[in-house]
Structures are given as structure tokens and as C-alpha cells.
Design a protein around this ligand. Structure first.
Ligand code: CMP
Length: 827
């Protein structure tokens, strides 16, 4: 074997062994994992120098140290080996829907915020260091890229609002990309390969940023398509996503010179959302586990390797650098404070991002660690031969010192900051629930002890002792409950609602794992449940009402699908949206019904009696609204509704049948052969039930025209020419069709559904066969009333330019329309 290979294997896996074993250690000594990793790395680096080991020494320990040292951590290794894994893993879990709905504040913080921080740090360093301005700016850019991993992990532990976690995660992923692009532009200026040009720099920035997104988007779609072709072979599916992460980065960065980070972020987002539907259920579980493992390896190794390199880098630290380092620390944290405590509240005040309390903001500020990306950039600068040694040393030493500071000072004390704000404690409400849970469990266990003792031949006196032990604990917990500050009704209700949402999530996950709900709908359902959860946390009971109502509305994806249908005649997206809506409404209704029937009992024993009745009322209300939305859809597409219901029931029955066989098999009543044969027969039937029926939008023009009485009796040829002038359209409930006082350029014939004309008195309901919007065209005047859809409707639209033609060709029709209009105006 070639000598280098065994040495690499020795070094890599010894390091890996050390690194992963640090995780249990870090849990025991309660020091952040990454801090310990870096510490061990630094010790290894020092020992190597201390022991005076040379490259030619033999003996296992010398070979081991030499193999560690041979991992020359270059910027290319960080970029091409570590970053794709770390970024893909971090982005995979992000909910695209949530990311997009908060994209403005995220981009603001990640792009504008990074620029502000770059200029502040750069300017301050320039003032004290005597280095060139561009080098100082470059240092500022490198030091402004925050590493999200630590804060996100902390937020997760704290149960921080999901929206906030997305904001922080999104900010740090995007600001990595921004920093890299800015770095590349500035480094080229320093190396003399590019001119200092603000406009040109701006354009390059946009090109590289957007270019990366395009590369990631296209490649992820191609890979998703390939994955959909190998559906069912989980190993292949997962392996393909790993190739995607690396190839997307490589193509973007190396061949197309656009942002590799953005390419990987986008690719992971596409796989995590759209691509998810092409991956099998089992494949998805394996994919998550695999990526988690890969991310863990990459994180572990990179921190030890960075640690090993530290002694060498810090040996370049000159005494004249203290002032600059001090400046960087003050301005660096000052700039971050400006973002978290200055800009974020402004964004919240303008409604662009969720309100973030002072505690969270301070954690965001102090937890803004710098990590792998900052070091990789500094190393890339260090390796650039076109740049003078002095500048190289200046940048790498300061970056290294700053990263170490954030690691050893911030990461180890961020827990204290959380304590200071009480973020690590259970809230008063959580404490109350905890004590009640314990009370219930203890009394149930105590009651069951005699029976357990009898069944397990335990002597009576031993059992009695146990009962009295439980009795004492029960007394203590009751006393603690009595001492607690009373919680008001709203507090109890809020807790009850949080528990309801928790159960709702559990039902969605369960339905997904049983194959009753497709992956993309379940992701939507979970994400809506998270929205409601955030909203309850932020605004209590009112938040529940608002968010659960919002969940029934047609979201931006539906609106886009509708516009694609109306403007470009594309049917597919609208059809998908409608059938997804059906699945979501049905699943929500089923979950709520189950909670009302069963789950509510568990909650009721933990919260106040009076309040639990109110809670039931809230659930009932939501059930009613969801049912109404589902019925509206069913009324519009009864055939489709019946077909999907039948398939759904089939699937449930098949699952039940299978679980019966599996019980018999587990009890050894039927043999493996019989069970396998039964299971495969069910598998075949299940496959058939997975074929979703197509939703027919039912917008056939001639059929719609035939359903309007006004066109009855018109001969066939003429009907065809009338139909040519009309445009069929699907209208969704609550959609506004005319607004009083606005100009009108078309009129509507209703083929199916109902609309409400809002007049001064009670609204006037018009239904199938009626028409409206004629007055504005006849009188050439603004709309006389607002018209809103009451249900799903199919309408035929006649543009004002065709209105005169239709009327002049059809005298009888003209008279009818004019007569109706006169009558309406006189009302
Ligand atoms: P237009 O004024 O173009 O836009 C609003 C429409 O509401 C109007 O045309 C009529 O078609 C309809 N409308 C207005 N008032 C009444 C009414 N009293 N009864 C029924 N329909 C009405």
C-alpha cells in the first residue's frame, strides 16, 4: 500500500474517534460540543510542537501526530469537502413556505445587514490598523458571516417560535453566501485582478447570488426527476441527494463562477419541499438520518482540524495586533447589536418580521458565533499568492482570534445570557402543567400498586411501604400545586390549546406514516400547525382564532395557480392546489374530530374544569369551519370527492387488514410463508389505491353555456359563436368579483355556485343561471355594488368589447338584460 494512504486512514479515523467521543463528554461536563472539539484540536496542535516530532520519526504516536498534521486544512478542503454537507444539512430542514413568507426580513438582515456590519468593522479597523481600506473591508466581510448552528440548536432547546428560528437560520445561511461573494470581489481588487468599482461590484454580486440560486434550482429539479424514476430504492435516492449537494456546489463555484453556497441552499430547499414528493416514505427517513450523520461528522472533524491549525496561525500574532483585535471585538459585537437591537425591532414594528422579545434578541446577538465559513475565507486569502505576506498574516490571525473568541467566550456563556433572561426556566404555566402531570401519574401508580404486588408475588408489607412512599410524594406535589400562583382562565386555555395543537401534529404524522396523506400535504399540515402554535404563543387565545381561520384561506400558492390558469390557461397547478386543499381539509377535520372524541380527556385532567369546556367550544368551532370549507369543495366537485373518499377508506381498511395478519403472525398463529403471501397481496391492492383520481375542473365552455337559461333556445351555430366570446373561470369562496365605485370592464354569467350582491340592505344572493356586472357596461358607469363569491362558482366572463356585439346579434337577450338591469337599479 502507498505510504500516504495508510497514514491518511490512520489520521482520519483516529481523529474521528476522538471527535465523536467528545460528544458524550461534552454532555457530561456541560460544555458546548464544538468548544471541546476545538480545545482538543488545539491541544493536539500544541503537543505536536511540544513533543518535537519530526516528519521522519517512526513509532505509533509519532506517526499518529504526523498523520494529524498532514491534514493541511486548506480553504478548498473546507469549501469543497465540508461546506456542501454542512449547508445542505442545515437547509434541508428549513420549511420553504415559511422561509418565503419571511424572505424580506431575512434578505434584509443577510444582505443589507451584512453590508452594514462589513463597513462598520472595515471602517474601524482602517482607522486603527494602518492597513489598506479594501483589506479592512474584506476583514469586515469575513467577520460578519455568522454561523447559525449554535443559536439554532439553542432555540430548539428553548422551544423558540418556529418563525424566529427560520429567521435566524435563513439569515445566517444567506449571509454566508453574501460574505463569500463580497469576499471574492474584494480579494480580486486586492490581488489587482479587478478594479474598485461600486456599480460593477454590485452587478457582479447580483449575478453570482442569483446565478447560484438558478444552478441549485435546475440541478435539484433534474435530480428530483431522476429520483422519481428510482422510486422505492431508498439507498439510491439518498445517495443521489449526496451527489447533488457536492455537484451543485462544484458546478456553481468551479465551472460557472456563481455562488456555490446559494446553489446548495437552493438545492436542499427544493429537495426538502418539491423533491420530497418524489422520494419514498422509507427513503425520506433514511435521508434524514444519513444527512444528520454526515452533518455530525463534518461538524466534528472541522472543529478539531481548525483547532490543530490554531497554534501555527496564532504564532503569527504580533503585539501590535492587540489594538486591532480589541477594535474588532467592540465594533463586531456593536454592529451585530445594531442589527439585533436596532434594525430587528424596526422590522417588527413595520410588520415585516415577528416580534422578538429582548431575551431572544440578546441571545441572537451574543450567540452570533463565527465558524467554518469565516475561517475558510481567511484561509483562501492566506493561500492567494498574489497577495502580500503582511496582508495575509493580518487577515488570518485576526479572523482566527475572533473565531476563537466567539467560540470560547460567547459559546460558553450564551447559556448564562439565557439564564439571565429566564429563558432556560420552565414558565409558570409549564410548571403548573408539570406538577399536575406528576400528580396524576403518581396517584394512578399508587392505586395500581396492590394489584401489581399481587400479580408479581410481592409481599404485602413491601407493597404497603411503596404505597405510603407514593402517598408522601403525592402530598408534597399537592402542597406545591397549592403554593403556586393562580393561573387565570386565559392562561389555562392557552395551555389547553397548545396541547390540542401538539395532538394535531401527532395525528398528521401518524396519518403520513400510514400512507393516508401524501408527503407534501403533510408537510403543509405540519407547517400550518406550527403557524397556529406560534400564533398562540404570541397572542394567546385570539392568536388561535386568527391563525386557524387564516389556515382555511387560499394562500399565495393557490393564488399563483389561479393566475396561471386565468392568464395562461394552465390547468395543472390549480388542479393540484384544489386536490391538496381537499386532502388538507379532510385530514384536519379527521384530526380535530379524534381530538374531540378522545384526546380532549387527557387534556381535561390537566387543566381547569371550567376552562376545558371552553376548549371544547374552540375545537367545535374549528371543526365547523373546516367542515364548511370541505363541504364547499365537495359541492363543487361531488364526483371527485366521492372517488377520493372511497380510495381513502380502501387504504384504511387495507391497513387494518394487514395489521390483523401481522398480529396473527406475531402470535405465531400463521407461518412466515403465509404472512408474506398475504402481505404481498395487500401490497398489490395498496398500489392500486395509491393512484389518485384526477380532478376535473369542469370548465368545459359549451357545457357551461348550456347551463345558463339566457342562452337557452339559441340555435347551435349561434351558441358556438356566443361561446367564443365567453371565458370560463373558476371562482373561489369569498373572492371579490366587483367592487362598488370601480370601473367595470366585463359582465358575468353564473353557471354554478352562488354570489352575494352587497347592497345597503341584506345581501342579494344570485345563483346558477343568473348574471351580474351588466349595469357598468350598459350605462358605462362605475360598478353599483360589490359582488362576493359565496361558494366555489363557475362563471362565464364577457368582456365589454364583446358585450355590444353579443347584444346587437341577439335582440331578445339584449332586452332581457336591459330589463333586469333597470329593475335592479330601481331597487
Ligand atoms: P354592476 O354595477 O356592473 O356591478 C355590480 C353588479 O351587482 C351590478 O352590475 C348588478 O349586476 C348587480 N346588482 C346591483 N344591484 C343589484 C340588485 N339590487 N339586485 C341584484 N343584482 C344587483
Amino acid at each position: 500500500m502507498h505510504e500516504g494512504v495508510w497514514s491518511t486512514v490512520l489520521g482520519l479515523f483516529s481523529l474521528m474517534t476522538i471527535a465523536v467521543l467528545i460528544l458524550p463528554l461534552s454532555k457530561r461536563v456541560k460544555v458546548p460540543y464544538t468548544v471541546l472539539l476545538a480545545l482538543v484540536g488545539i491541544i493536539i496542535g500544541f503537543l505536536h510542537g511540544l513533543l518535537g516530532i519530526t516528519a521522519t520519526d517512526v513509532g505509533l504516536h509519532s506517526q499518529l501526530f504526523n498523520s494529524f498534521q498532514s491534514f493541511d486544512l486548506t480553504s478548498e478542503i473546507i469549501f469543497f469537502v465540508f461546506l456542501p454537507v454542512l449547508i445542505f444539512e442545515a437547509s434541508l430542514a428549513i420549511d420553504v413556505r415559511k422561509l418565503l413568507s419571511d424572505i424580506r426580513p431575512i434578505l434584509f438582515l443577510a444582505v443589507i445587514g451584512l453590508f452594514i456590519s462589513t463597513f462598520l468593522i472595515g471602517g474601524a479597523v482602517y482607522a486603527v490598523s494602518g492597513m489598506g481600506f479594501v483589506v479592512c473591508l474584506l476583514l469586515g466581510a469575513i467577520l460578519s458571516a455568522t454561523d447559525p448552528v449554535a443559536v439554532v440548536a439553542i432555540f430548539k432547546d428553548l422551544g423558540a417560535p418556529k418563525r424566529l428560528a427560520i429567521l435566524v437560520e435563513g439569515e445566517s445561511l444567506f449571509n454566508d453566501a453574501t460574505a463569500i461573494v463580497l469576499f471574492t470581489i474584494l480579494a480580486a481588487m486586492i490581488a489587482g485582478t479587478a478594479e474598485a468599482d461600486l456599480v460593477g461590484g454590485g452587478i457582479t454580486f447580483l449575478k453570482v447570488f442569483v446565478g447560484g440560486i438558478v444552478v441549485g434550482f435546475v440541478m435539484a429539479h433534474v435530480f428530483s426527476w431522476v429520483i422519481s424514476k428510482v422510486k422505492g430504492i431508498a439507498l439510491v435516492e439518498v445517495s443521489l441527494t449526496i451527489s447533488l449537494a457536492y455537484l451543485a456546489f462544484l458546478f456553481a463555484e468551479h465551472y460557472l463562477h456563481v455562488s456555490g453556497v446559494m446553489a446548495v441552499v437552493t438545492a436542499a430547499l427544493v429537495i426538502g419541499s418539491h423533491g420530497r414528493t418524489s422520494i419514498s416514505g422509507h427513503g425520506w427517513e433514511l435521508l434524514q438520518e444519513t444527512w444528520e450523520t454526515l452533518g455530525f461528522w463534518a461538524n466534528s472533524l472541522i472543529f478539531v482540524l481548525v483547532g490543530i491549525a490554531v497554534p501555527t496561525i496564532l504564532s503569527l500574532f504580533g503585539s501590535d495586533m492587540w489594538l486591532t483585535l480589541g477594535t474588532i471585538l467592540v465594533v463586531g459585537f456593536g454592529a451585530r447589536a445594531l442589527l439585533t437591537h436596532g434594525i430587528l425591532p424596526v422590522l417588527s414594528a413595520t410588520g415585516m418580521c415577528p416580534p422578538v422579545n429582548l431575551g431572544f434578541r440578546t441571545v441572537m446577538w451574543w450567540g452570533g458565533l463565527r465558524g467554518a465559513v469565516s475561517l475558510a475565507l481567511a484561509l483562501a486569502f492566506f493561500e492567494n499568492e498574489a497577495i502580500s505576506q503582511e496582508k495575509q498574516d493580518f487577515v488570518i490571525v485576526l479572523v482566527c482570534a475572533f473565531v476563537l473568541f466567539t467560540l470560547f467566550v460567547n459559546a460558553t456563556t450564551v447559556g448564562k445570557v439565557m439564564q439571565a433572561f429566564g429563558l432556560d426556566k420552565l414558565s409558570k404555566n409549564d410548571l403548573a402543567i408539570r406538577d399536575r402531570t406528576v400528580e396524576r401519574a403518581l396517584s394512578e401508580v399508587a392505586e395500581s400498586i396492590p394489584a401489581i404486588a399481587e400479580n408479581n408475588v410481592v409481599y404485602g408489607e413491601v407493597a404497603d411501604q411503596a404505597v405510603s412512599g407514593y402517598g408522601d410524594r403525592l402530598k408534597a406535589i399537592k402542597a406545591s400545586i397549592e403554593k403556586q400562583d393562580p393561573i387565570d382562565d386565559d392562561g389555562w386555555l392557552k395551555m389547553g390549546l397548545l396541547s390540542v395543537i401538539g395532538q394535531e401534529r401527532k395525528h398528521y404524522l401518524n396519518d403520513y406514516s400510514k400512507g393516508y396523506v401524501d408527503p407534501s400535504s403533510s408537510k403543509d399540515l405540519l407547517s400550518v400547525a406550527d403557524d397556529i402554535l406560534d400564533s398562540v404563543k404570541a397572542s394567546g387565545v385570539q392568536g388561535y382564532v386568527t391563525a386557524s381561520e387564516a389556515s382555511l384561506e387560499f394562500d399565495w400558492r393557490f393564488r399563483i395557480a389561479m393566475q396561471l390558469h386565468r392568464r395562461l390557461g394552465l390547468v395543472g397547478p390549480l388542479r393540484n392546489q384544489l386536490s391538496n386543499r381537499w386532502t388538507r381539509l379532510r385530514t384536519t377535520l379527521a384530526a380535530l374530530t379524534r381530538i374531540k372524541k378522545v384526546g380532549i380527556n387527557d387534556i381535561q385532567s390537566l387543566i381547569d374544569d371550567k376552562v376545558s369546556l371552553l376548549l371544547v367550544e374552540f375545537i367545535d368551532n374549528r371543526i365547523l369551519r373546516t367542515e364548511a370549507a370541505l363541504n364547499a369543495l365537495r359541492a363543487q366537485y361531488p364526483g371527485y370527492a366521492n372517488k377520493v373518499q372511497t380510495l381513502h377508506l380502501d387504504r384504511i381498511m387495507l391497513n387494518q387488514e394487514l395489521s390483523k395478519y401481522s398480529d396473527l403472525y406475531k402470535d405465531a398463529i400463521i407461518s412466515t410463508e403465509i404472512y408474506t403471501s398475504l402481505a404481498s397481496a395487500i401490497g398489490a391492492r395498496e398500489e392500486a389505491s395509491l393512484v389518485q383520481p384526477e380532478l376535473d375542473l369542469g370548465l368545459d365552455k359549451l357545457e357551461l353555456v348550456a347551463s345558463v337559461p339566457l342562452f337557452e333556445g339559441v340555435e347551435k351555430d349561434k351558441l358556438r359563436s356566443i361561446a367564443d366570446l365567453l371565458k370560463p373561470q373558476l371562482i373561489v369562496p369569498s373572492e371579490i368579483l366587483c367592487k362598488a365605485g370601480e370601473p367595470g370592464d366585463c359582465m358575468y354569467f353564473i353557471s354554478s355556485g352562488a354570489i352575494a350582491v352587497q347592497t345597503d340592505g341584506a345581501p342579494i344572493i344570485l345563483g346558477s343561471g343568473d348574471f351580474f356586472g351588466e349595469i357598468a357596461l350598459l350605462k358605462n358607469a362605475p360598478r353599483t355594488a360589490t359582488v362576493v363569491a359565496e361558494s366555489f362558482c363557475e362563471v362565464l366572463i364577457l368582456q365589454s368589447s364583446d358585450f355590444a356585439k353579443l347584444l346587437s346579434d341577439n335582440q331578445a337577450m339584449k332586452e332581457t338584460i336591459e330589463k333586469v338591469a333597470e329593475q335592479r337599479m330601481s331597487n
